[in-house]
Design a binder for this molecule. Sequence first.
Ligand SMILES: N[C@@H](CCC(=O)N[C@@H](CS)C(=O)NCC(=O)O)C(=O)O
Length: 319
Amino acid sequence: MLVDGKWTKDWTPVQKADEEGRFVRQVSSFRNWITPDGAAGPTGEGGFAAEPGRYRLYVAYICPWASRTLMARSLKGLEALIPITVVNPTMTEEGWSFGGYPGADADPQFGARYMHELYTRADPHFTGRATVPALWDMKRNVMVNNESADILRMFDTAFEHLVPSDLRLYPQDLAAEIDALNPRIYDQLNNGVYKAGFASSQAAYDEAVAGVFAMLDELEARLGGDFLFGDRFTETDIRLFVTLIRFDAAYHGLFKTNRRQIREYPRLSAYMERVLRLPGVRQTVNMDHITRGYFSIKALNPTGIRPAGPGHIEALLAA
Ligand SMILES: N[C@@H](CCC(=O)N[C@@H](CS)C(=O)NCC(=O)O)C(=O)O
């Protein structure tokens, strides 16, 4: 991670832990918003008007938080307006790196070798992990935002006058329900699998795994219609999908969330496939990057050997 703008070599994939060995994810630090006219958003400063080609999104296909933003970008039809740069799937001693792996990109702006170089350009005294997703303003040469939850919301509304869309990822009449469900899915499932995988005590692992499967059971029972809120697809569906699609292939084995696979949940499986088939979603899922990335986490898989399966996910993605 960076400490006062300098890369420190004691980087580990395991983020902070609390006294009981629970994994603690870092809080995001760049929180400005792109808005239609550049007015300030809910947090941060103004000056970031929606303009075609002005902003670049840095992502990793392995990363579920980055994949949220990729899904919102394509579902809202913003591909031509917001170019992306994809980092290599495996973490280096200096965090995310650019270029070399099939499907990954060189940094077209600065020829940076590592993601942390973008963070020190944004803030020469930055302290923290150089995470993706990161949304960069190529006009002012500053980081706009590195919090996927914010990026989902701004992609829903900021570019509407440039690319009108019928899809509302955060419709006002569902806002309260979305805001109530998101943190529960985040805590128990999206981040819950990481809490299981990176637990450093049996108790922390047990607690995390219980939360993961309690939430999967709850969602299996909840899903009656096509999506979480009936027939309307929302940002909560994006947030759920990115974890489901990685589950059987990565989390079940590597993070030891192995009580069940998603394929043992009929409704969640059908739901996952339904979302995958929405126009624009399939191209945001790169299973080669996902399995390569997760199984190269040395702390969890020292040999780096990537398992062959699972066949049902390969078949789903090949169909
Ligand atoms: N709060 C962030 C979390 C992003 C995050 O944790 N990204 C991970 C990859 S999945 C990362 O870039 N980690 C870099 C590191 O740990 O050094 C968001 O949702 O945007």
